[in-house]
Design a protein around this ligand. Structure first.
Ligand code: ARG
Length: 479
């Protein structure tokens, strides 16, 4: 994009009539937003065409003027798309740049476009249109990532791994079950964006600067033309509300928080100490000094970028804090955090969906590498931390022992096994019976990993059959 400052004549700026001296060069740069809001151009043009059409249908401008405006704006859109459009810093923002170009092209008709409108309701409309389309892309990205997770979960619906609490081995779970926890998080994320979309999708136009306009406008007509669900019902609120931007950034922060948790796990699991998984090489980098290194850069960056998105949320909340009604120039600062939040989130979701994909194998040959799981290492880890101790306690309860007593008996057995450096299932029956006389030969079925998994056979449990059912339900619910 070219951004030129030129010595504009006074008459060239749209508001300079009452000023005695031109704006200082540094102030121009300080106050201009065209450097970042030019990306709203398409939505600005869309909004202007709908507004001008309504003006003509209401008899506020002529049909010929509307046609000239529409043709001129479409030409400008082409100029922008082809990179020919010259963005001028002197013209402050995307709105004034486009309007000036239109007037240069079609004369007085171009000057009539702004009838009954202000940049205050115009910019709020543009941002909402952009954010609505961005929200739809985010939802699509979340769905794509869920579908990668579901494929991976399906391939590992019965792969045993240790489930952790306090990052200590707790109870066996399946890797599929673990992944499905993230599918649940992303399901809530989709619902949050869909809900936020309802409040994004309201039309501010018609509020004009702050109080409405004296022209006989039809706001519902414009709302319908632009696909809004309705109009913002108070003109002061319409131009000053940025709740929708904050909500989007909050929902994005929540997604990033979820992804940062998964990232942290991938980083741990791919370290040689765990060696549970392997991330395809295209998502990792090496070290310039240590030849053996393969660093999980993508998950690490996702973890880092989560902080960046939280920062934008704080910036937007603080931007709106204590702002008196109605529009204030402060609001121009909403765009960069919002744009960066969306850019960060969308690319993160896209990369993540790819990173979690299974390898593609054709005729026994890997044609595309993907996310691989070291089942043996996962299983081994599950056997190392007395993961079935709770199962032994539950077994004793089923034989009539009160749970607290069973807990104590198993704790003593674990202590004994730790001393002997063996697993509970390695202890002979006679030894186990020293901790609880109720124990009989059938205990070994309970102490196995599969026995433990299969016993948790209810909705939400980790039994492989339940994991399969959960995957099927989640697939069905995907749009
Ligand atoms: N560039 C401005 C923004 O982003 C447009 C609205 C300007 N309105 C005004 N009265 N100065 O908020």
């Amino acid at each position: 994009m070219t951004q030129k400052t030129s010595a504009l004549n006074k008459k060239d700026t749209s508001w300079s009539g009452r000023f005695n001296e031109p704006v200082a060069e540094l102030v121009k740069k300080y106050t201009a937003s065209v450097g970042f809001d030019h990306r709203l151009a398409m939505y600005d043009i869309q909004g202007s065409i709908a507004h001008a059409h309504m003006l003509s249908l209401q008899g506020i401008i002529s049909q010929e003027d509307f046609k000239a405006i529409e043709t001129g704006l479409y030409e400008i859109l082409e100029e922008i798309k082809s990179g020919k459009f010259e963005w001028l810093l002197d013209l402050e923002d995307v709105h004034l740049n486009i309007e000036k170009r239109l007037t240069d092209k079609i004369g007085d008709a171009g000057k009539r476009l702004h009838t009954g409108r202000s940049r205050n309701d115009q910019v709020a409309t543009d941002v909402r249109l952009w954010l609505r389309s961005t929200t739809d892309q985010v939802i699509a990205g979340l769905v794509k990532m869920q579908s990668s997770l579901l494929d991976l979960a399906e391939a590992h619906f019965d792969t045993v791994m240790p489930g952790f609490t306090h990052l200590q081995v707790a109870q066996p779970v399946t890797f599929g079950h673990h992944l499905m926890a993230y599918v649940e998080m992303l399901k809530r994320d989709v619902a949050r964006f869909a809900d936020a979309r309802c409040r994004i999708n309201r039309l501010p136009l018609g509020a004009a600067a702050l109080a409405g306009t004296s022209y006989p406008i039809d706001r519902e007509m414009v709302a319908k033309a632009l696909g809004f669900d309705g109009v913002c019902e108070n003109s002061l609120d319409a131009v000053s509300d940025r709740d929708f931007a904050i909500e989007f950034t909050f929902a994005s922060s929540m997604v990033m928080m979820h992804l940062s948790r998964l990232s942290e796990e991938l980083i741990l699991w791919s370290s040689p100490r765990f060696a549970f998984i392997d991330i395809a090489d295209r998502f990792c980098t090496g070290s310039s000094i240590m030849p053996q290194k393969k660093n999980p850069d993508v998950p690490e960056l996702v973890r880092g970028k989560t902080g960046r998105v939280y920062g934008h949320l704080t910036a937007l909340l603080t931007l709106m804090k204590s702002q008196p009604l109605a529009y204030n120039k402060d609001n121009q600062e909403d765009k960069e955090p919002l744009f960066d939040t969306a850019d960060t989130l969308l690319v993160t979701l896209e990369i993540y969906a790819d990173m979690l994909r299974l390898p593609v194998v054709e005729h026994g040959v890997v044609v595309k590498t993907g996310f691989t799981v070291n089942k043996e290492a996962m299983r081994q880890a599950a056997t190392e931390g007395f993961a079935t101790a709770t199962d032994l306690a539950d077994y004793l309860v089923k034989k009539g022992m009160p749970f607290r007593d069973a807990h104590e008996a198993v704790a003593l057995a674990v202590r004994y096994a730790v001393d002997k450096k063996v697993d509970l299932s390695d202890l002979p029956l006679a030894t186990l019976q020293e901790f609880a006389t109720q124990i009989t030969e059938d205990v070994y079925a309970v102490l196995t990993l599969e026995g433990s998994l299969n016993s948790r056979n209810h909705v939400g449990g980790t039994a492989p059959a339940q994991v399969k059912a959960a995957i099927a339900r989640a697939r069905k619910a995907l749009p």
